[in-house]
Design a protein around this ligand. Structure first.
Ligand code: PBG
Length: 369
């Protein structure tokens, strides 16, 4: 009996030892894997070869993490006065300013390609620009006429309009200028009226691009007060003082008007944490969607915004980005179609839900092919 008890004891001790031994082996194995694969622990060469899935088109498609679709695009279009007029924008090869009567046909093409929304930007005649930017409140101004024409022809096409005073301001600034200062609160009062004027003209998404503090909350309240509680706000939340806007200012005719720069209201390109505060405040004030701008040089901001807030996040591939790409492609230095799609995919990978891009039409066609 005594020897039997001892034998059982031996087995118990042995089993314990065995379990401990196995645990240690497992742990060492795990640590090994962790060491060779960073945080993932998903396998090691040669049993794991990441090139296998890349080996054929079918499996590359199966494992693709992001996909581009026309749904991702918002197409910005420049509007000019007159009839049956198209005017090339010299600094943006391939982009034209269109007169209001040509907007419905442009929208028809966008619509047939599956693009959900267009952004309208007016090239306002210099004679209409004043220090109080009062043309911004004219219900019959260029952007309002374009909006109405588009909405009448294509009620299901989304329309985004900038709220900011720069197209109408003889100083070229997004806000009212007093003694060299872009005044915040006084500007907001005008922006609120501008938003209502544009909503009345059929604009579905108000895009405050002015970077005044507190404007989202004020505009939301103003829209609601005027019965436009269904009109969305896509806030240009993290908008940087960027030299990449150069060709846009040429396209809307604001470059000659602008006195100085926009550094006292647009963000410093050196900053990233500050972008999160801007976005947080705009969401708290009622923004339905937020935007980061410019795009490709600021994809780190897109990723941080998306990861931090998980709200609909958009990015603007701005005029200068378009111009760089086209300049190189037109010289034969880059393959146009490939860089067009690669540049847009980069936005998706960074977490953007959508992209404002002058490439919308050609990219949508490329995706279809
Ligand atoms: C106006 C506005 C700008 C852009 C969009 N809205 C220019 C600016 O802030 O000076 C830039 C778009 C682009 O470069 O494509 N507030």
């Amino acid at each position: 009996m005594a020897s039997l008890a001892r034998r059982n004891e031996f087995f118990v001790v042995f089993a314990e030892f065995d379990a401990i031994f196995k645990a240690i082996t497992n742990l060492t194995r795990k640590l090994n894997i962790v060491a060779s694969n960073g945080q993932y622990g998903l396998g090691t060469y040669p049993s794991t070869r990441l090139r296998r899935n890349r080996g054929d088109g079918f499996s590359r498609r199966m494992v693709a993490e992001n996909r581009l679709s026309a749904d991702d695009f918002i197409w910005p279009v420049f509007v000019i006065d007159g009839n049956n007029r198209r005017e090339p924008v010299a600094s943006m090869p391939g982009v034209e300013r269109l007169s209001v009567d040509l907007i419905p046909a442009a929208a028809a093409e966008a619509r047939s390609l599956g693009i959900p929304a267009m952004a309208l930007f007016p090239n306002t005649a210099p004679a209409l620009k004043t220090p109080d930017a009062k043309e911004s409140l004219n219900p019959d101004n260029l952007v309002c006429r374009a909006s109405k024409a588009l909405k009448d022809a294509h009620p299901d096409m989304g329309i985004l309009c900038d709220v900011a005073l720069d197209p109408y301001n003889s100083d070229g600034h997004d806000g009212i200028v007093r003694d060299g200062v872009i005044v915040n609160d006084e500007t907001i009062e005008i922006l609120c009226q501008q938003a209502i004027v544009q909503a009345s003209a059929g604009c579905n998404i108000i895009g405050p691009s002015d970077m005044m503090d507190g404007r989202i909350g004020a505009i939301r309240k103003a829209l609601d007060g005027a019965g436009f509680e269904h009109v969305r706000i896509m806030s240009y939340a993290a908008k940087y003082a960027s030299a990449f806007y150069g060709p846009f200012r040429d396209a809307v005719g604001a470059d000659s008007a602008l006195k100085g720069d926009k550094k006292t209201y647009q963000m410093d390109p050196a900053n990233s944490n500050e972008a999160l505060r801007e976005v947080a405040m705009d969401i708290a004030e009622g923004a339905d969607m937020v935007m980061v701008k410019p795009g490709m040089p600021y994809l780190d901001i897109v990723r941080r915004v998306k990861d931090t807030f998980s709200v609909p996040t958009f990015a603007y591939q701005v005029s200068g980005e378009y111009t760089m790409l086209k300049a190189a492609a037109n010289n034969g230095w880059l393959d146009n179609d490939k860089v067009v799609l690669e540049s847009l995919m980069a936005f998706k990978r960074a977490g953007a839900d959508g992209i404002l891009t002058y490439l919308a039409i050609e990219a949508a066609k490329l995706i279809q092919d």
